[in-house]
Design a protein around this ligand. Sequence first.
Ligand code: 3HC
Length: 500
Amino acid sequence: MTRSFEKVGVVGLGTMGAGIAEVFARAGLTVVGVEADHEALGRGRSNLESSTGRALAKGRLSEAEQAEILGRITLTTSLEDLADADLVIEAIPEIMDFKRTLFTELDRICKPSAVLATNTSSLSVTEIAATTGRPGRVVGMHFFNPAPVMRLVEVVHTVVTEDGLAEEVAALARRLGKTPVSVGDRAGFVVNRLLLTYLNHAAVMLENGLATREGIDTAMKLGVGVPMGPFALLDLIGLDTSYEVMCVLFQETRDRRHAPAPILRELVTAGLLGRKSGAGFYDGEAPPTPPAAGKPTVTSVAVLGEGAEEFAARLGDAGFKATTTQAGADATGDAMEDADVVVALSHTPVIELAARLPHPGRLVGLHLVGDKLAEVASTVLTSPEATCAVEGLAKIVGRVPVHCKDRAEFVVDALLYPYLNDAVRMYDSGYAGMDDIDAAMRLGCGYPAGPFETIDALGLETVRDGLRALYAEYRDPAFAPAPLLDQLVTAGVRSIRGLS
Ligand code: 3HC
């Protein structure tokens, strides 16, 4: 018999819990929101009011509708009020001991038929379920921040979940207007396993001084089309939550890339948790501004590499004396000798070329990504003036410059390719199908495309070769192309999605 979910409990009314309560109430369900004490309950109430107030301010909700939604939500500090709920979902902090204690209590209080759900980001649902006398009726129901906006819900089943329950919970997610993706119980599930690994990688990159916080955020937004750069997103998720998720991932995988970047620990310890505490990587909610580019003071520019002619023509139109040249035999030729700066259009490091020039300080690498971004790579020999001039030139050709060090795959591809590789490994492990992984990343994170769609768009060989370059540079085994990707390239297969 199909269960009916009409009354739900939400325990924990922080950012996620309040968002989840709103989602249930919007779908017409009766909601009981529980917080630990009156102070926390007050914060929960204001979370609910500000989220629905936002929709009201945008004209997406009338005052009467807002009142109706909030009217469906009762707030309490007593778990006992959940005795007759059909489903209870918790969104308390990511600490296993807290969850175990809560589920033991919920199991005692809630009616035997009630389903207990956790919104955990990464903790073991199986372990949480084992603290109850009803492990078959404990599932994961993982929402994404902001819960009222993001369309994905990961429905997590364990080896002991009752037959048919995951489908019923998925049907409930659909009733909420969400798209469910059903997955097994593995640290990070689909999205956090891929997303947080990438966000942590960005934090490591920042610590290594590859580029600035604003630069990395700008590069990913303009170069990949993600709605938020990694640091703005870490601030949205919460640095404490992100840190906890990384710890759980590391504990399961012992993969060095899952060790939380030290800067996360430092910020969390300092109480800088992101938006919820008013500051994290960024202060307040101010969106990152693209880095300023200096006004080019140069007059003559030598350009080489793929697309040099078009680039030089654009500079010529703008009044510069721009000549094209080749990286090979005449690398030390007149054009390079005389030019104020040398722009090497390249997607690989340019130090080797710089080292062959008479004036290596004048050479700057420029990687044009998509049609908006230019990664400006300066080598250890590049002069600050040359870097500044090339940033200005990038602006003149209509691109936003992001300065970075001269390292394999610079910023965007260095972050993108390992994430794509992780998705291939996830698929190859049998954990989730390509369509589900693609949908999860699109609907859970607002990505313009899922990882397999992105691999097909970029070309399998391009991604494989980029990963090889990263592996050669950093020697991290996780950057070595997934065997499946390598084999598909070798076999001449052009679409990875053709396999699904
Ligand atoms: N609460 C409620 N609604 C919100 C909101 C919030 N916090 N933030 C934005 N919205 C609504 C707006 O009201 C607006 O609604 P409308 O289209 O009906 O007018 C809509 O979302 C778009 O908002 P804005 O125009 O203000 O801003 P953006 O277009 O920049 O979108 C964003 C904001 C939706 C947050 C977008 O930047 C985005 O999709 N970012 C990626 C978020 C993401 O990756 N989330 C997943 C994080 S991982 C996670 O949560 C898992 C956890 O376990 C760690």
